[in-house]
Design a protein around this ligand. Sequence first.
Ligand code: KIV
Ligand code: NA
Length: 276
Amino acid sequence: MSRVSTASIKDKKLQQEKITMLTSYDYSTAAMVDAAGIDMILVGDSLGNVVLGYENTLAVTMEDMLHHTKAVTRATSRTMVIGDMPFLSYHISVPEAVRNAGRFIKEAGAQAIKLEGGTERIDTVKAILDAQIPVVGHIGLTPQSVNQFGGFKVQGKDLEGARKLIADAKALDEAGVFSIVLECVPNGLAQKITQEVSVPTIGIGAGPYCDGQVLVINDMLGMYKGHIPKFVKKFANLEPLIMEALKGYKEEVEAGIFPAPEHGFTIQDEVLEKLY
Ligand code: KIV
Ligand code: NA
């Protein structure tokens, strides 16, 4: 099967088929997401929270992102892989942003990049698109703006905020992004934005009217013990299962139960005898 393309993602909106996206950060997980038929893998800078143990995404570097994006692309053949541009990799200058976006494609084998922001990032988005790199937009609660927002809050609740997000979405659509992530915006506003733009909206905490959905995989598998946002549904609860396995291992090793004969390799008796 050929790889999911930007054209096939845009087509799904026209066909009114829902689009699926999940994050991944490593080879083993990405291989399962690919095999499950998920349309897109986002190598999110949520890496900072769920893999690297930071409080927010601000400390994540290009090198961190490339390292993990490489692991993910090695595991996939069908899913589209999107590299998430980290804080300060696209804020300093347009040429620097294009160069960093290009590294996701050239060095890490991703098919597209995502960056946060609306009207204020349009020049950057256009320049990256000019370099033939497909772009996913991301508006609403953009975690890299945490210090400006003063925390992680739902965006677009008042008239001014809602109008700003509609304008942002339209500007990204006109610039030529192939989809737009809407994070933590009220369901009704996400529905309005979804109607207003030609490209698919991918929601996270943005309700059922978006063209697609995205979740952080550690959250939806229930293997992350930190703060789990309200909008996450745990499709599995792996953390207790993993804890049970870890305790079982400890107990069996300590009791001499593991490894059993079937877990070992044999040597011929006459060889062994000569060692004594
Ligand atoms: O980094 C990330 O995981 C994201 C998604 C939540 C959209 O940006
Ligand atoms: Na992100």
